[in-house]
Design a protein around this ligand. Structure first.
Ligand SMILES: Cc1cc2nc3c(=O)[nH]c(=O)nc-3n(C[C@H](O)[C@H](O)[C@H](O)COP(=O)(O)OP(=O)(O)OC[C@H]3O[C@@H](n4cnc5c(N)ncnc54)[C@H](O)[C@@H]3O)c2cc1C
Length: 445
C-alpha cells in the first residue's frame, strides 16, 4: 500500500501519523529537527510544546476546547492519551509535564511498526503521492518558499495580525448600530455589513490613555524578521499620536448613529462579520500585543462592548498559515493539488489542541485515501467539524486569521436563549449535540 508521507512531527504531524498507522496504513514521518531548528523549539522530540504547558480547559460540558479534548479521546488520539498520562495538577485545565509528554509521544511513534521517522528538512512540495504538510507556524523558509510559489505570495502569511473576535449576541445593539461606511453596497445586507460603536471625545481620550498604559507582550528573540509590514498594533498607532487611531481604524466619517442621528461621533469602532453563521464579529484593525487581561478590560470600555464576550483575543505572532478558505477543500486537500493535504497551525487554526485535532482528521482522511476510500469531516455541530468547516469555508477569506475553537463556530440552537446569561443552558446543549454527532461520525468508519 502506498504510504502516507507527513512533513513535520509537531502536535499535528505526530497525531496524523498515529491515526494513519493505527488504521493499518504505512507512514513516513519527516522531521527536520534537531539538525535544523527553529527559534522556539529546543529539542529533537516529536510534539514539542514550545511555550505554555497547558492544553487549556478540560471541561467537556461548558467549554469548546474541553469538548475538543473529548472528541480526540473518543477517536483514540495519541496527543490526548499522552497528555492524560503526564498530567499535572492545574485545576480545571489540562497541564502536562512537557518533557515527559513529548518523550512519550516520540516513544509511542517509534514503537509503532507502521511508522518510519526520517530526519531531514523537506525543501520542496512533492508533486505526487499522498502527503500531509504539518510544518506549523515556523515552517522552514525553503518549504515556505515552495508553498508560496505553488499558491501565490498572498496565500501564505508569515505573521498573523489577529483582531479580537466578539460573540455577536453580546454586543449591545441599543448603543451600536449596523451600517457600512457611506452606506456602500449593492444589497441591504452589504449596506448593513458593519456594527458600529460610537465614542464621544471624553470616551476616546480615556480609551487612548488605557491603550497606552496597558501591559503588552514582547516579541521573542528571532521572531520579528519581516514584521512591520502594515500590521501595526493599535497601541503602537496610539503611541505615534493621540489622533492617529481617529484617522485610521476609528475614523468616524460616513457613519450616522442610528440611535442619535443628530450627534456626530468623535470616533467609531467598527466590527465586521467573521463567519458565515454571523455569530462572530472581529474589531476592524484592532490587532494588538496587549496582554489578554488588559485587552478584555480595554475593549469593554468601547460603548456597546461593555458586556462583550470574546471568542478570541488579539495577537501578533510569527506564524506561517495558509489562506485555507480559498485553498483547501473540506478534506483539507489543496484544491489544485489534491496530493497535498495540510494539517495543524499552518491551516489557520491556533493552539496545540486545535493543531493536533486537525492532524487527527488529516491522518484519518489520508489513510482512507490510501485504502481507496473517502472520509468526509465530522458534522459541523462537533468541535472538530466546526473548526474544519470554519477554516475551509465558513470563515471570510479576505480577512482570514488563525482561529481557536469556540462556541461561536457552532451552528446556533434556535430554541436556546442568546446572550451571556443563556450560556448555562446553551453550552451543555452544544456539547451534548457534539458528542452524539461525533459518535455517529466515528461509527461510520
Ligand atoms: C513562539 C510560539 C509560542 C506558542 N505558544 C503557544 C502556547 O502557549 N499554547 C498553544 O496552544 N499554542 C502555542 N503556539 C502555537 C503552537 O505552535 C501550535 O499550537 C502548535 O505547536 C502547532 O502545532 P503544529 O503541529 O501545527 O506545528 P509544530 O508543533 O510547530 O510542528 C511543526 C513541525 O514541523 C517541523 N518542520 C517545519 N518545517 C519543516 C520542513 N521543511 N521539513 C521537515 N520538518 C519541518 C518543525 O520542526 C516542527 O517539529 C505557539 C507558537 C509559537 C511559534
Amino acid at each position: 500500500m502506498e504510504p502516507v508521507n507527513i512533513i513535520g512531527a509537531g502536535l499535528a504531524g505526530s497525531e496524523a501519523a498515529w491515526q494513519a498507522a493505527r488504521s493499518g496504513v504505512p507512514v513516513i514521518l519527516h522531521e527536520m529537527r534537531p539538525a535544523t531548528g527553529t527559534f522556539a523549539h529546543k529539542t529533537g522530540d516529536c510534539a514539542e510544546m514550545v511555550c505554555s504547558n497547558s492544553f487549556r480547559s478540560d471541561d467537556d460540558v461548558m467549554n469548546a476546547v474541553g469538548q475538543l479534548h473529548w472528541e480526540m479521546r473518543a477517536a483514540d488520539g495519541l496527543i490526548m492519551a499522552m497528555a492524560d498520562r503526564h498530567r499535572l495538577p492545574a485545576g480545571g485545565a489540562l497541564a502536562v509535564d512537557r518533557d515527559a509528554f513529548s518523550q512519550a509521544v516520540t516513544e509511542a511513534l517509534r514503537a509503532e511498526p507502521l511508522i518510519e521517522i526520517r530526519e531531514g528538512e523537506i525543501g520542496d512540495l512533492p508533486a505526487e503521492g499522498n502527503w500531509i504538510v504539518a510544518t506549523g507556524p515556523l515552517t522552514s523558509d525553503r518549504l515556505a518558499g515552495s508553498i508560496r510559489s505553488l499558491t501565490g505570495t498572498e496565500a501564505l502569511a508569515f505573521f498573523d495580525a489577529i483582531a479580537p473576535i466578539v460573540h455577536a449576541e453580546t454586543i449591545d445593539m441599543s448603543v451600536a448600530w449596523e451600517q457600512s461606511r457611506y452606506d456602500k453596497g449593492e444589497t441591504e445586507a452589504e449596506r448593513r455589513a458593519y456594527i458600529n460603536c460610537p465614542m464621544n471625545r471624553d470616551e476616546y481620550e480615556t480609551f487612548i490613555d488605557a491603550l497606552l498604559a496597558a501591559d503588552k507582550t514582547e516579541f521573542r528573540e528571532g521572531e520579528t524578521a519581516g514584521y512591520f509590514d502594515g500590521c501595526l498594533p493599535i497601541e503602537v498607532m496610539a503611541e505615534r499620536g493621540r489622533e492617529t487611531l481617529r484617522h485610521g481604524p476609528m475614523k468616524p466619517v460616513g457613519l450616522t448613529n442610528a440611535h442619535k442621528p443628530d450627534e456626530k461621533a468623535h470616533a467609531v469602532v467598527q466590527l465586521r462579520r467573521d463567519n458565515a453563521l454571523g455569530t462572530l464579529y472581529n474589531i476592524v484593525g484592532f490587532q494588538t500585543k496587549m496582554k489578554y487581561g488588559a485587552q478584555t478590560e480595554v475593549f469593554r470600555m468601547i460603548p456597546g462592548l461593555q458586556n462583550a464576550s470574546f471568542a478570541r483575543l488579539g495577537g501578533i505572532h510569527r506564524n506561517s498559515f495558509l489562506n485555507s478558505p480559498t485553498l483547501l477543500d473540506d478534506r483539507m486537500r489543496m484544491r489544485k493539488h489534491p496530493n497535498l493535504r495540510f494539517a495543524g497551525q499552518v491551516t489557520g487554526v491556533e493552539g496545540y489542541v486545535e493543531s493536533a485535532a486537525m492532524g487527527l482528521l488529516a491522518g484519518r482522511m489520508a489513510a482512507a485515501q490510501a485504502r481507496g476510500d473517502d472520509l468526509g469531516p465530522p458534522p459541523f455541530t462537533t468541535a472538530m467539524g466546526a473548526l474544519v468547516n470554519h477554516i475551509t469555508g465558513g470563515a471570510e477569506a479576505k480577512t482570514f486569521q488563525p482561529m481557536n475553537v469556540n462556541f461561536g463556530l457552532f451552528p446556533p440552537l434556535e430554541e436556546m436563549r442568546g446572550g451571556r446569561k443563556g450560556r448555562k443552558d446553551r453550552y451543555p446543549a452544544y456539547t451534548q449535540r457534539a458528542k452524539d454527532d461525533f459518535r455517529a461520525w466515528l461509527a461510520t468508519q
